[in-house]
Write a protein that binds this ligand. Structure first.
Ligand code: FES
Ligand SMILES: [Fe+2]
Length: 433
């Protein structure tokens, strides 16, 4: 883990940084607004970032049984994740028939022993093997069933249940890629005795804004009090003590990943009571907390129970461990448009009343009609509209450069942008500017 604002080590091309303009001597960090609006930059992002990074596909708990599958778009490409009936392995296949291209897995999710292409009815098993071809004899003896198996995405690995894929066969191993983010995933997973599951059902929505605005927003402590004013007023009305405010730190986790970690006034289903949960929940939460302390010691248990984390795993996975645990990924569709999918994650086998409290907590703040999400969507779309006004070339992301970084500064966003610039390379977009 490196300190926020320590410059990347491989900036040999430091002269070619016109889109991300860093001037430590003057405590200035700027990002050119064409990064949010240019179709050329958008195309290059798909090529240089989304083809080479590990991208979140889904969680193993979504395909628990042999033959379970879910269809997913990853970086805009149709793929599907399936647990092989014979091997028990989780595969991620390109969702395209090896005959003439049709999408093979057409349902969003389900359980199947075989996938039959609807076009000419070629059939593949859950391990991807080609099993059946109608009028087989038409091809003669040499039809190579192995060569015509479904194609796996170049690299597929999982970390403690989180399944990632990468289209670049030469990418570093997932554990190395995750770098400092691993410890934060561990913290969440360990707090549930290692058994987390995705709760069925998703939030899916679209934002008319550049995808990087959501990267910034997801780890932005600065906006919380102003943008989410209504939520804080609501907590106060319920009797929550906000005197302590939101205090925390941000960390650069390597490879563009960053986390914001802070103590917050709201409750946490895992072990921190608040009035929203009701008086009757107090004893239960006290017992949960005692259990965490017994298992993990006071210090780690307190971090699990009392502190919140908003983490960005570069480029497009957000894991929020706040008043509930959410997993959110987003796919750029155009310079000014993205699709977002969010899931809630919970300890496997959680008691129904705890699960209910968690779901309430999740929907109150993070749901599509919750206190946070619509406000954030409005803020991001507003930025995108503002870019169209022109007249201002740069976004300023320098907050906190003149002092030791605090949670509501912008160092974590600078972490993201430095990595972005490294991957995009020296700008060839002079003419766009
Ligand atoms: S395209 Fe799938 S069987 Fe022809
Ligand atoms: Fe927000």
């Amino acid at each position: 883990m490196t300190l926020i604002d320590s410059p990347p080590t491989d900036r040999a091309d430091a002269t070619g940084f016109p889109l991300v303009d860093e001037d430590p001597a003057h405590h200035r960090f700027r990002v050119h607004r064409s990064t949010m609006t240019s179709p050329e930059i958008f195309r290059d992002e798909l090529e240089r970032i989304f083809k080479h990074c590990w991208l979140y596909v889904g969680h193993e708990s979504e395909v628990t049984n042999p033959g379970d599958y879910v269809r997913r778009p990853v970086a805009g490409r149709p793929v599907f994740m399936v647990r092989g009936v014979k091997s028990g392995t989780v595969h991620v296949f390109h969702n395209t028939c090896t005959h003439r291209g049709a999408v093979v897995c057409r349902q969003r999710s389900g359980n199947a022993k075989v996938f039959q292409c609807f076009y000419h009815a070629w059939t593949f098993d859950s391990e991807g093997q080609l099993k059946g071809v109608p009028d087989r004899e038409a091809y003669g003896e040499k039809l190579d069933f192995d060569a015509l198996a479904l194609k796996s995405v170049a690299r597929v690995e999982s970390y403690r249940g989180f399944v990632f894929a990468c289209f670049d066969p030469d990418v570093e191993d997932l554990v190395d890629y995750l770098a400092g983010a691993r410890e934060y995933l561990d913290l969440i997973i360990d707090s549930a005795d290692g058994e987390m599951e995705i709760i069925k059902g998703t939030n899916e929505y679209c934002i008319e804004a550049n995808w990087k605005l959501l990267c910034e927003n997801s780890i932005d402590g600065y906006h919380a009090v102003s943008t989410h004013d209504t939520y804080f007023k609501y907590l106060v009305a319920l009797g929550t003590d906000l005197q302590g405010g939101v205090k925390g730190t941000a960390k650069d986790l390597g490879n563009g990943h960053a986390v914001l970690e802070y103590a917050a006034p709201w409750g946490r289903p895992i072990a921190k009571w608040e009035p929203l949960f009701g008086e009757h929940a107090k004893d239960e939460i006290t017992a949960l907390r005692a259990d965490l302390v017994a298992k993990h010691g006071e210090e780690r248990a307190s971090r699990m129970a009392d502190t919140n984390r908003n983490m960005l795993i570069y480029p497009n996975l957000v894991v929020n461990d706040i008043m509930a645990v959410t997993v959110r990924t987003f796919m750029p569709l155009a310079p000014d448009r993205m699709d977002i999918t969010a899931w809630e994650m919970a300890p496997r086998g959680e008691q129904p009343q705890l699960r209910q409290r968690r779901l309430d907590s999740f929907l109150t703040f993070l749901g599509p009609a919750g206190f946070a999400t619509p406000d954030d969507v409005e803020a991001l779309e507003s930025c995108q509209q503002g870019f169209n006004s022109g007249g201002v070339e740069w976004n300023d992301i320098s907050r906190g450069m003149a002092r030791e970084q605090r949670g509501n500064d912008e160092g974590q966003m600078r972490t993201f942008w430095r990595r972005w610039q490294q991957q995009m390379g020296p700008s060839s977009y002079g003419e766009i500017r």
